[in-house]
Design a protein around this ligand. Sequence first.
Ligand code: RP5
Length: 162
Amino acid sequence: MDTALVGIVMGSQSDWPTLRGAAEILDELGIAHEARIVSAHRTPDRLWDYGRKAAGRGLRVIVAGAGGAAHLPGMMASKTRLPVIGVPVETRALGGLDSLYSIVQMPRGFPVATMAIGASGAVNAGLMAAQILALSDPALAERLDAWRTALSASIPEVPADD
Ligand code: RP5
């Protein structure tokens, strides 16, 4: 197994159905990654440890998803200089607006690149991580270009009836 370049962290097992979208796109693009449950509130020491060691272990980008009081992406960003891409997980109570506001409104100095709420946000987080890595990986840049071209080609110009 190659050393993971992207760390996907989430606050709970219940976030995995959403965050899996990031893992799948990274698989598709041939990017080594790992997934871990790291909760800002339930396992703060694990979060500290993960953030402190992330760069030294060879990770280049972190995708962090959480729902509700979603402090994980911001706290992770405070512990590592690696780019952190935040995914607001949809919530039953507030539809994920709570997650979005918790993640997006960072104080000056510790940015989190915040994606859309839910599944689209997770896939885009994987793509954003790939785009960052492609800056220094020409082979990946080619795979990414091909992926984007295929997506464009799959969009019909004329809408079909049901
Ligand atoms: C957050 O609380 C997690 O990120 C999750 O989205 C939410 C609910 O967690 P569970 O109660 O389902 O474990 O920490």
